[in-house]
Design a protein around this ligand. Structure first.
Ligand code: SF4
Length: 271
């Protein structure tokens, strides 16, 4: 373990799902580096090119306390996995100095069970992006061979640890699991398989089905990834999710970045 972490940005952030943001914003900390190497990464300068600055563990604890003083509704740790040991120390330090906000572990679901176990009692909300329903695609686009088995076990362990998502009276998330899934262009089958896996883990998992894919970074080397997700593709996946009964989450109107709670009873919630 080192005695420092690398951070690309921190501050109040309004781009997460409504229950993670409220009126005051999430207290987001973007960590440098990632344990996946996604060819379409929107933050590739941070995740794969080292953009960021070193901070000591004490400085990280101070950042958390500063975000709390500024009114953030949580501490939102983005891409935390490779810094798990250092972050754990910083959370403990900040909590000893009075930090009471929910802590969010905002990752890509490619986690070891040891990391999740080590966060027991410290992390309140797990926010994994469950990216793939197929190991071959995970290898092709993100460079790892065992995504599925690892991510499934990790999401199961997260659910066991914190339960389903709970909101307070102001509709702010205070505890539990929320899973993201980003629909990739020309890969609806991958989304179907990923959603099947989530349903197998637990029927009541709250899923945010995201449409915001954009072709950046090395996506140009993969012909099928060279465009945005078409509205029809997204809607096909959305309706598949409903058919599976995963109907307690959020959606993104195709082509938009805003996340909303659809009226799942309507034939076409985007109409
Ligand atoms: S998991 Fe997320 S942050 Fe990491 S490389 Fe993939 S898209 Fe980028």
């Amino acid at each position: 373990m080192s005695n420092s972490v690398k951070i690309a940005w921190y501050g109040k952030h309004f781009g997460e799902e409504p229950p993670l943001v409220g009126d005051q914003g999430a207290g987001t900390i973007f960590f440098t580096g990632c344990n996946l190497r996604c060819v379409y990464c929107q933050n590739y300068q941070i995740s794969q090119q080292g953009l960021g600055k070193k901070f000591s563990i004490k400085e990280l604890a101070d950042i958390m306390l500063t975000l709390a003083r500024e009114g953030a509704v949580n501490i939102d740790l983005v891409s935390p996995t490779i810094w798990a040991k250092e972050i754990k120390q910083a959370i403990v330090m900040a909590q000893e100095q009075g930090l009471k906000l929910p802590i969010i572990w905002n990752s890509n679901a490619y986690e070891s069970l040891d990391v999740i176990e080590s966060m027991k009692g410290l992390v309140d909300i797990y926010l994994p992006d469950f990216k793939y329903g197929s190991d071959s695609l995970a290898f092709k686009y993100s460079g790892v061979k065992d995504y599925l088995v690892k991510a499934k076990a990790a999401v199961g362990a997260m659910l066991l640890q914190v339960g389903h998502l709970q909101l307070d009276k102001n509709k702010i998330a205070i505890k539990g699991l929320m899973v993201r899934h980003l629909v990739l262009p020309n890969n609806a089958e991958n989304s179907f398989m990923a959603l099947n896996c989530l349903k197998e883990i637990n029927q009541d998992i709250r899923v945010n089905l995201m449409s915001q894919y954009a072709p950046v970074f090395k996506a140009k080397n993969f012909p099928e990834l060279r465009r945005n997700v078409a509205p029809e593709e997204y809607e096909k996946v959305f309706h598949y999710m409903l058919k599976l009964g995963l109907d307690q989450g959020w959606a993104q109107a195709p082509g938009s970045h805003s996340v909303f709670l659809p009226d799942f009873t309507k034939e076409n919630p985007f109409g």
